[in-house]
Design a protein. Structure first.
Length: 173
């Protein structure tokens, strides 16, 4: 496995539509393994092909419980219920924005061997599925963010969350 270089905004590759994967070979397996390693090394929850310079429909997501590989993924359905929260991207380093997305998303995808399966994602996992699949169509979350946060606003939000966490911890005791 190897860590690949993450492409950042300004590189036109991030605005291109990716082609489907048609060959389920060792090269694809190596790409997926490299993407998992690159995502973990960067502390990300998801990574899409174009972010490592590959214009193919491949996504990896860390659900917190397991690593999921999504080849040729399609959104099967999304919930009417939405979530509004902080979103960032490894290709937009140091920036965060507020984005509203469906609370739940079901994805149909192939694994590295070409077998199809479905995966239900909630909350951050649904957010990651939708964010990463947008990458495959050349879209970045900054296009749909309701608001991008300045470093000061981000600091303020983080310190508010810290305080809330402390209160919760105290309540548990
Ligand atoms: Ni991203």
């Amino acid at each position: 496995m190897a860590i690949r270089k993450i492409v950042t905004v300004g590189d036109p590759i991030l605005n291109k539509v990716c082609r489907p994967v048609t060959k389920f070979d060792d090269r694809l397996a190596t790409l997926i393994d490299d993407m998992f390693e690159t995502m973990h090394e960067a502390n990300g929850v998801g990574l899409a092909g174009p972010q490592v310079g590959i214009l193919r429909r491949v996504v990896v997501v860390d659900t917190g419980e397991e690593d999921v590989e999504l080849v040729n993924p399609e959104i099967v359905c999304v919930s009417d219920e939405t979530q509004t929260g902080l979103e960032g991207c490894l290709s937009v380093p140091g920036k965060y924005g507020i984005v509203t997305r469906p609370m739940c998303a079901t994805v149909r995808a192939q694994d590295r061997f070409g077998d199809w399966y479905e995966y239900d994602g909630e909350e951050i996992v649904a957010r990651a599925f939708l964010h990463e699949i947008d990458h495959l169509d050349g879209h970045i979350y900054t296009e749909i963010a309701e608001k991008m946060l300045s470093p000061e606003e981000l600091d303020e939000l983080m310190s508010q969350q810290d305080e809330e966490d402390e209160i919760e911890e105290e309540e548990e005791v």
